[in-house]
Design a protein around this ligand. Structure first.
Ligand code: GLA
Ligand code: ZN
Length: 673
């Protein structure tokens, strides 16, 4: 089902259970005054709902739900299963995870239940079912929020047993498993499924991402992602027994490494995620993380959490400057957000998040800056109504994002420790962002037929079928951009023999003979055909042209003059191969050429530091213009032809100043666009 709510949801995590009831009325008045129409409740209340093994008590939650419902505030109801009651740990220590150092965790913190603990499985699903039975029919409960920020790993005996079952289903025979993991390396051959142990630091993990057997570690990540997903599905199914249609979600964390969100998305009705950039996170990175969340289902999503002001868990928790929260919220909406929700509505009095920003701060006053800014945005979103709900973000270009690849690439030992998957994706993303070119982030399993250009940076792991799919895409006229460290290994991290980039070799028309790694202080350069040069570093492929032509050659070292960037005609299309990490100017140049070759157009031709993004509903086109820089910027001429600004009602003038954190939302009927 395609899920959309009838209006922009605006609100966030609310924990009235931490407060005496006198405070609730005051809070609700302040929410309504600020245009808040939603509260996410019951995220961490398991110990109150089930104070002892056979006792359930919903009286406080009844009162909370009644009060919010009476005020007309919509409720996203969480299932409370992300932090376990103390009695459960005490009676059943198996519910606690065993970490990578073999230590069994006891009562404390959160997000630490063993996914294969039968006790956890039983009680988490039971609680979800009881909540659905009690509240599922309440029309104010508009969405279920299962657990909270699933993540992490467990290495306990129950998980080891389940892992062996998972492996048997995948490999069928022990011989196939030995081959898949190449266990003859270091003589690790196993003869019995029970000899397999999870890759913790007492086993094959050598600390962090260092592993003796990447095939094993990779499978353990797949298994853990599936295991936590099974916990999610168990709660979801328990809810569905009593509530057949209220949408169900869980809050994701975008580029979070531990879970294969494309697999998760298939089980979720609507995507929601939590956005917590640091004071120095590039805005292009924040935009990319939103686009990835839109890419999971190829449609709009909910921003489940952001802070209205500061965080508490970063090293430096700077305030959002005046106007920043608003600008950042519109950036989220511009990239597909259909809800703007905060963590949290009221700041807690104790615990490690008492310095985390909130709509209502410790002073509890409505004349506070943060509250006033929240109220301003609330009224604006209210005025927007449902015009943007479900509107799409049309794009002709896409970047592959793939968790298997993320894991495998970062498990490799060599050639460079600086090779980080999300960084690579972001470098390519930024070339689109800086040139105001819409781009999707998609799974390698996605349908490519709507795209003209696919960028596949560091496509290290090439699964069966992907080669044929990419060949068909390019043969039919598509443009593919791929890079160093692509086409290296198959599903189990064994190398494709016969020369890099393995299955992509015919597409790229090159043979990569060696890969040089440069330390951060070492640089090389690339000279393009027109004589211009760009710096490059980190990795340098030593490339032989097979059918490709050279676009740029190295300027230094023993491979000076050999190809660094190439282009190959393949069928009706083209493949660009970027054999080194180019400096931003060089990469932008190559991507500009690839976009031109593909017919991928920019939204506006002008250079401007303003962020520009477009959403389209069935009837309207929305052009977002956001200044996320510290300086005022002049409005480019082409943005005066995108309709009137929703906030001022006026068609903007060429050259008009857009102040720092200024936002224009230009709207125009689709037929005029
Ligand atoms: C996460 C959690 C919240 C809260 C915030 C604080 O997103 O889901 O419960 O801890 O972080 O930033
Ligand atoms: Zn476990």
């Amino acid at each position: 089902m395609e899920v959309h709510f009838p209006m922009m949801l605006y609100g966030g995590d609310y924990n009235p259970n931490q407060w005496p009831r006198e405070v609730w009325d005051q809070d609700i008045k302040m929410f309504l005054d600020a245009g808040i129409n939603e509260a996410t409740v019951n995220v961490f209340s398991w110990a109150k709902l089930q104070p002892a093994e056979n006792v359930y008590d919903f009286s406080e939650l009844d009162a909370i739900i009644e009060k919010l419902s009476a005020a007309g505030i919509k409720i996203i109801l969480a299932t409370s299963t992300a932090a376990l009651p103390a009695w459960m740990f005490r009676r059943y220590p198996e519910v606690g995870r065993v970490d990578e150092q073999g230590r069994r965790h006891r009562f404390g913190q959160r997000h630490n239940a063993c996914p294969h603990s039968p006790v956890y499985q039983k009680y988490s699903a039971r609680l979800a079912g009881k909540l659905a039975e009690r509240y599922g029919a309440n029309p104010n409960v508009i969405c279920w929020h299962i657990n909270n920020e699933y993540g992490g790993e467990c290495f306990c005996e129950n998980c080891a047993k389940a892992f062996r079952v998972w492996l048997r289903e995948r490999y069928h025979t022990i011989e196939d498993l030995n081959r898949a993991w190449n266990l003859e390396f270091w003589g690790h051959t196993v003869y019995d499924w029970d000899e397999i142990v999870p890759p913790d630091e007492l086993g094959d993990n050598m600390g962090g991402d260092d592993t003796a057997f990447a095939g094993l570690s990779l499978d353990y990540r797949r298994f853990m992602s599936d295991s936590l997903l099974a916990n999610y599905c168990a709660e979801r199914d328990a809810i569905r027994q009593f509530d057949p249609d209220t949408p169900i979600t869980t809050n994701l964390m975008s580029t979070y490494k531990g879970l294969d969100y494309f697999r998760w998305a298939k089980e979720m009705d609507i995507i929601s995620w939590d956005s917590y950039p640091a004071y120095n996170t590039p805005w292009s990175y924040v935009a990319m993380r939103n686009d990835l969340m839109r890419g999971l289902k190829g449609r709009s999503f909910l921003l489940m959490e952001q802070t209205p002001s500061q965080q508490n868990w970063q090293p430096y928790n700077s305030l959002k400057r005046p106007g920043q929260m608003r600008a950042q919220s519109y950036q989220t909406v511009a990239h597909g957000g259909d809800a703007i929700l905060f963590f949290q509505l009221r700041r807690s009095v104790g615990g490690c998040e008492k310095f985390h920003g909130a709509v209502i701060e410790h002073a509890g006053r409505s004349d506070a800056r943060v509250y006033r800014e929240v109220a301003q945005l609330g009224h604006e979103l209210h005025a927007l109504g449902d015009r943007l709900i479900g509107a799409g973000n049309p794009a002709k270009a896409a970047i592959f994002f793939d968790w298997d690849n993320y894991w495998a690439l970062e498990y490799t030992s060599g050639p460079s420790r600086d090779l980080k998957y999300v960084d690579q994706i972001h470098q390519y993303y930024r070339t689109f962002y800086d040139t105001h070119t819409p781009v999707d982030l998609i799974s390698v399993d996605a349908d490519l037929s709507g795209y003209r250009l696919i960028a596949a940076p560091a496509l290290y792991l090439v699964k069966p079928g992907l080669k044929e799919k990419l060949e068909a895409f390019v043969r039919d006229g598509g443009v593919l951009v791929t890079t160093f460290m692509s086409g290296i290994a198959g599903e189990s991290d064994n190398v494709y023999l016969g020369g890099y980039p393995g299955p992509l070799r015919a597409l790229a028309g090159v043979w990569v003979e060696e890969i040089d790694a440069l330390a951060p202080e070492q640089k090389n350069g690339v000279r393009f055909a027109d004589g211009t040069e760009s710096g490059c570093g980190m990795l340098c492929d030593i490339i032989h042209l097979e059918t490709a032509e050279c676009l740029g050659a190295y300027t230094g070292d023993f491979y000076a003059g050999t190809p660094a960037v190439t282009q190959n005609a393949f069928g009706q299309g083209r493949v660009y191969y970027v054999g080194t990490q180019l400096d931003p100017d060089g990469l932008r140049r190559v991507m500009g050429e690839a976009c031109r070759a593909a017919g991928v157009e920019r939204l506006i031709p002008e250079e401007t530091p303003l962020e520009v993004a477009v959403r389209e509903s069935k009837t309207e086109r929305f052009t977002f213009v956001i200044n996320l820089t510290k300086e005022a910027a002049a409005l480019p001429a082409s943005l005066t032809r995108c309709g009137a600004d929703f906030f001022t009602g006026k068609v903007p003038q060429e050259g008009q100043a857009v102040e720092p954190f200024g936002v224009l939302l230009l709207t125009q009927p689709l037929e005029q666009a």
